[in-house]
Design a protein around this ligand. Structure first.
Ligand code: SF4
Length: 664
């Protein structure tokens, strides 16, 4: 087991790092999270690239990356830099390098930072499966170091920063063969290159560990933080991102989950949201994600009681928490999706009909539970009518009753479960009354803990004790605390410490009025997706009744973004860059229109053959630009059709999916 990756996984605190200056922009330490992006223009198109850089800077981008696929493009960075200077645009530039050490050396002369990918800086991928002896492995590392060393020396001389940017699916053959395409392999690959930097006394290094799979990205960054903590003076800043996240809501959700979950951990100093869209659209999403940690980290740390156990056994591996099934939630059931409807509707029949219409808009997504609030006597009086109206409208999802008082417990008969808000100020007798009422009604009981982060562990103790005194064994837990991700961790840890590790956890999120803004989408994605990536959560419950279609859609998108439940086609598409060989946004939209119904199938749409095949990592099918107007098609990592004309490529991809038996 590696060292702890953060000082305290229960208390939101920023990981301390050294400061690395990228031109005039300091990254890490106490500096704000820096927002960055990458141009999609041809690097040889000086005017087009400068215009795009200007648009990015106007939108709030603080560091801009530009691809340099060969020496020619690297040389043209000088022209771009000088035109930006002439226009008074002071933003630092980063050259993006793959496979071309000679281009890196040229680029270092003209830009403030160079990004290299240790998986392909020197190594050409042959994917030869063979065992490396220790001596052969060391020889390969030495060969890579010898090619890398001149760049490190030049960056040191010129005062340039370096990003060692490892990508899942893009590891050197030796690393792939020894460690597999895993977070450990990603970290080892990066550390081999760090050894060279430190050996040269050069420390202006920033790291990234990107993957399109949010779980892999989170685990790789954590593992790197842990490994660096074991080294001396190695608190380097991190650049966060989820690669090939795609476009639209799914791209935003995946990015928010991956980047947001790490920022909750206190990890991250600069971020890039990769969308298959105009890069300017990445900036507001990145700002929404960064906004959360500004709030999270700005509060002085308060004393945090130790919940007695870690929140997961291994924070570097995804494993779903093992729970028992209560009211169809937990155990081997998939993570359930429940809609909260708010108070019992005043007009039950109209409400039930409207709900049935809303759910019918997404026939492929099951609403697996409903809950309503009981606030007062009129709510209770309307309840039987609403239950009958739901039945009349053909809605069979189990109905839970929720209240802030004893009302749900007093009306528990017939409910799938009751949800009772348990606040710090309620006496133990009050908890016990509720638990006894649930026992008498034979109804499972969800305790919704309402407290501060610091109060969560002791409230878990109190509801467990009250449940035990009442003989109520069928309990679930949810948390309504100000720091949702950490509060769920504390609840899971405390349950484990108290011998109640199998109590299911419901992840609740208030989504008032539906998804009304980008910030609301980001909040939901982080607060639900973060714990889900850690294997915490047996159900997600969200909504307030105002837009059930949007709430249901969002819940399933988050589950898919966290890789916990797949209900649609998973699209992995690169954000495009100066290497891109076709219009990615338009191609992605076209392919989506034909294949979006293939639940569980992963399709990658990648702009170039240089990085596409490696970085599409775990896709089932790949559509990769292989030349102007030409496409290579892949099944898994195997190229099965080469240089198909772009006009035919969509049909041939569909045929391929059909021939592989994955068409539905
Ligand atoms: S895969 Fe896409 S983003 Fe990556 S280098 Fe190729 S075109 Fe650029």
């Amino acid at each position: 087991m590696a060292a702890p990756y953060v000082a305290d996984a229960f208390a939101p605190r920023r990981r301390p790092t050294r400061v690395v200056s990228v031109g005039d922009v300091p990254v890490g330490g106490d500096h704000p999270i820096r927002i960055q992006s990458m141009t999609t223009t041809d690097t040889l198109d000086t005017e087009g690239t400068v215009l795009q850089v200007e648009r990015l800077v106007d939108a709030g981008c603080e560091i801009v990356r530009i691809t340099a696929p060969s020496k020619k493009e690297a040389e043209n960075l000088a022209a771009i830099r000088s035109e930006l200077d002439r226009r008074g645009v002071r933003v630092p530039l980063v050259a993006d390098i793959h496979y071309t050490p000679n281009a890196a050396l040229v680029a270092a002369e003209h830009v403030e930072k160079v990004r290299i990918n240790p998986g392909n800086y020197v190594d050409k991928k042959k994917f030869e499966v063979r065992e490396y002896s220790d001596a052969q492995y060391a020889e390969e590392v030495e060969r890579a170091a010898a090619r890398f060393r001149p760049l490190v020396r030049r960056c040191r001389e010129l005062g340039r920063a370096l990003r060692i940017g490892t990508n899942h699916g893009s590891l050197a053959d030796r690393v792939m063969n020894r460690y597999g395409d895993t977070p450990i392999g990603m970290v080892e690959s990066a550390l081999e290159f760090l050894d060279v930097c430190e050996d040269e006394g050069y420390r202006d290094v920033i790291f990234s560990m990107k993957a399109s799979n949010t779980q892999v990205a989170i685990h790789a960054y954590r593992l790197l933080a842990a490994r660096l903590a074991e080294r001396e003076d190695a608190a380097y800043p991190f650049h966060l991102g989820v690669t090939e996240a795609g476009d639209a809501e799914d791209g935003r959700i995946k990015s928010a989950i991956g980047i947001g979950a790490l920022l909750e951990d206190g990890i991250g100093d600069t971020i890039r949201v990769s969308l298959t869209e105009d890069p300017v659209k990445e900036i507001p999403v990145a700002r929404d994600i960064a906004r959360r940690c500004r709030v999270l980290w700005s509060r002085p740390p308060r004393p945090m009681p130790d919940p007695g156990r870690p929140f997961v056994e291994d924070p570097f591996v995804h494993r779903r928490r093992v729970t028992r099934s209560i009211a169809g939630i937990g155990g081997s059931n998939p993570v359930r999706v429940e809609l909260h409807l708010g108070p019992v509707p005043a007009a039950p029949e109209e409400a039930a009909t409207a709900l049935a219409t809303a759910l019918a808009r997404l026939p492929e997504l099951a609403c697996e539970g409903l809950s309503v609030d009981l606030f007062d006597d009129p709510d209770v009086e309307r309840l039987p009518g609403f239950v009958a109206a739901l039945e009349g409208a053909g809605i069979r999802a189990p109905l839970a009753l929720r209240s802030e008082t004893r009302m749900a417990a007093e009306n528990a008969g017939g409910a799938a479960r009751i949800i009772v808000c348990a606040g710090d100020l309620i006496e133990d007798e009050g908890f016990e009354f509720v638990a006894r009422a649930a026992v008498a009604a034979g109804t499972p009981l969800e305790w919704e803990l309402r407290t501060t982060l610091e109060g969560t562990a002791s409230l878990v103790d109190r509801v467990l004790d009250a449940s035990a005194r009442a003989g109520q064994e069928d309990i679930l837990l949810s948390v309504d605390a100000e720091r949702a991700v950490h509060a769920v961790r504390v609840a899971a840890a405390r349950l484990h410490a108290r011998g109640a590790a199998d109590v299911p956890l419901v992840l609740r999120h208030r989504l008032l009025g539906g998804v009304t803004s980008g910030a609301a989408l980001v909040d939901a994605a982080v607060e639900l997706g973060g714990p889900l990536c850690d294997g915490l959560g047996d159900a997600v419950a969200l909504g307030d009744g105002s837009d059930p279609t949007a709430s249901l859609d969002l819940a399933y998108r988050i589950l898919q973004g966290a890789r916990r439940r797949t209900t649609r086609t998973e699209f992995i598409s690169c954000p495009s860059c100066g290497r891109t060989l076709f219009d990615l946004e338009e191609t992605t939209a076209r392919i989506k229109a034909r294949t979006a119904h293939l639940a569980g199938v992963k399709i990658a749409i990648m702009g170039c053959i240089v990085n596409g095949p490696g970085e599409m990592a775990d896709a089932d099918f790949g559509y990769v630009g292989s030349g102007p107007g030409l496409v290579n098609l892949y099944v898994g990592q195997e190229c099965v059709e080469r240089h198909v004309s772009a006009q035919e490529a969509d049909d041939r991809l569909v045929d391929l999916i059909k021939r592989s038996g994955r068409w539905q």
